[in-house]
Design a protein around this ligand. Structure first.
Ligand SMILES: [Ca+2]
Length: 477
């Protein structure tokens, strides 16, 4: 079970209000106690942007986060606690102030070949798929390709020397002790056709690129972990996942949140046959990275309009499905944050350790807007209450930790009856029926095995059991 961690917002180790490696190292026990066995670290390289996705030196640590030695110590301490760490690696583009781009602008030939420059005026007509914006930016009278905006010029991996450079970058971080990578924007490496002069995902070329990169990494660490970010239909995601080993299942995230929001388990049944169809088969060559939210989405409690029962039900559904679960930092406290297409600061807020918004190791790099002091969200308040959002969330995480056999389980059957979702899963001869009550009232069901409460209310009678509203349980068969 992975925890997506934004270092800047987590724990401050040197008193400047900015989260860093020293602080996170001291908070590893907190993560281990949650049941976390992996960390996905958002980019930590030198960057002009607060989120770090535009990198200005791929071989450096952002000085705000500490030193290479601090990172090494963090990795060693994580490993000692049985936690693996993968690094977010945005190889698709650089920051505009990366030396490569600055030298390219100054006319240096070898650096110019690292980027894509406008060759034909008609290329200017190209538009990106999701919002019809242009993809060429102009600086010093020259147009360069920058799909995600002027601040992040795309790298041109047609250049074999650049592919070798990318391998050196990956070697650098693996030898420091990282256990693998989350590859950002994986389908965007080749997404502009120079033949047709328009934006087009070139999946075959992308897959060849990633095969080359992952094979290189596996020579250094045969057990390296890779996760791909591909927002697309399940068949496209599968193509990429077969190379990386784990692919984020975006359609599943939407399906769970929508079905719980609408309290419609039928929607979930329909979706599972579509977005988890491989799990109904026997052969599993790769895993789904299953999640509800990430740094590019509204936080769960904001999505659920503050309905805590729904948020816990959604987490329960997620953690009873096969795949590798990813939990976004702060979700366990019920942090809020609405996605805004122009800035994603709202869902990247400081982790509220203290109720008054400051205290030892509390990060304060930005003011709280969605999770203000005295809102009851803090770890300080919730960790001491057995009935808090945090305590319930943690119990659901512990359910999955104690039942991690579900990670590689097969789905035998899913159905919805009387507003109850039934999921039957099997792994190595072990079979369990999972029951999620989407209803507003308690239901009584037949008892056919040992019952484990996942979340909510449960009472057992001789031949039956009662499952409270919005509650979940597992029946071991
Ligand atoms: Ca700091």
């Amino acid at each position: 079970m992975f925890y997506e961690l934004f270092l800047r917002s987590f724990a401050d180790g040197n008193g400047d209000g900015i989260g860093d490696f020293k602080g996170a190292t001291k908070r590893l026990d907190y993560l281990a106690e949650l049941g976390i066995t992996g960390i996905w670290l958002l980019p930590v390289m030198k960057s002009p942007s607060y989120h770090g996705y535009t990198v200005s030196d791929f071989y450096s640590i952002n000085p705000s986060y500490g030193t290479i030695e601090d990172a090494r110590e963090f990795l060693e301490c994580a490993h000692a606690k049985g936690i693996k760490v993968i690094l977010d690696m945005p190889l698709n583009h650089t920051a505009i102030n990366h030396q490569w781009f600055l030298r390219a602008l100054a006319g240096d030939k070898s650096h110019r070949k690292k980027y894509l420059w406008l060759e034909r005026p008609e290329w200017l007509e190209a538009r990106r798929h999701w919002d019809n914006q242009g993809v060429w930016s102009k600086l010093n009278g020259e147009y360069y390709y920058a799909l995600f905006g002027p601040g992040s010029p795309d790298l041109n991996y047609e250049n074999p020397e650049l592919r070798e450079e990318a391998k050196r970058i990956l070697s650098f971080w693996l030898s420091l002790g990282f256990d693998g990578f989350r590859f950002d924007a994986a389908k965007h490496i080749f997404d502009f056709s120079t033949e047709r002069g328009k934006c087009e995902y070139q999946h075959a070329k992308n897959l060849a690129f990633w095969k080359e990169m992952t094979e290189h990494c596996r020579k250094i660490n045969p057990d390296a972990i890779f996760v791909s970010e591909v927002w697309d239909d399940p068949d496209v995601v599968d193509l990429y996942s077969s190379i990386f080993g784990i692919g984020f299942n975006f359609p599943l995230a939407y399906a769970i949140k929508e079905s719980v929001m609408e309290l419609n388990p039928n929607r979930m049944v329909e979706a599972l046959y579509h977005v988890m169809n491989r799990y109904f088969e026997d052969v599993l060559q790769y895993s789904s990275g299953i999640f509800l939210t990430n740094h590019d989405m509204s936080r769960l409690l904001s999505y659920m309009k503050g309905d805590k029962e729904k948020a816990h039900l959604a987490l329960s559904v997620l953690l009873t499905l096969p795949g590798i679960p990813f939990i976004y930092y702060g979700e366990e406290l019920g942090m809020k944050g609405e996605y805004n297409e122009f800035a994603n600061e709202a869902q990247l807020e400081p982790f509220p350790w203290f109720e008054l918004g400051s205290g030892p190791m509390q990060t304060e790099w930005k003011a709280f807007t969605s999770n203000p002091p005295y809102s009851g969200t803090s770890y300080e308040v919730q960790s001491n209450e057995s009935n808090s959002y945090f305590s319930k969330y943690k119990n659901i995480l512990h359910f999955r930790k104690n039942n991690n056999w579900i990670d590689s389980a097969k789905i035998l059957e899913v159905k919805a009856e009387n507003n109850i979702l039934f999921i039957s899963v099997e792994s190595k001869g072990k079979v369990a029926l999972i029951v999620h009550n989407f209803d507003q009232k308690t239901v009584i069901l037949d008892k056919k095995g040992n019952i484990v409460l996942i979340n909510g209310e449960l009472s057992e009678q001789k031949n039956s059991f009662s499952l409270g509203r919005m509650s979940s349980a597992m029946i071991e068969q």
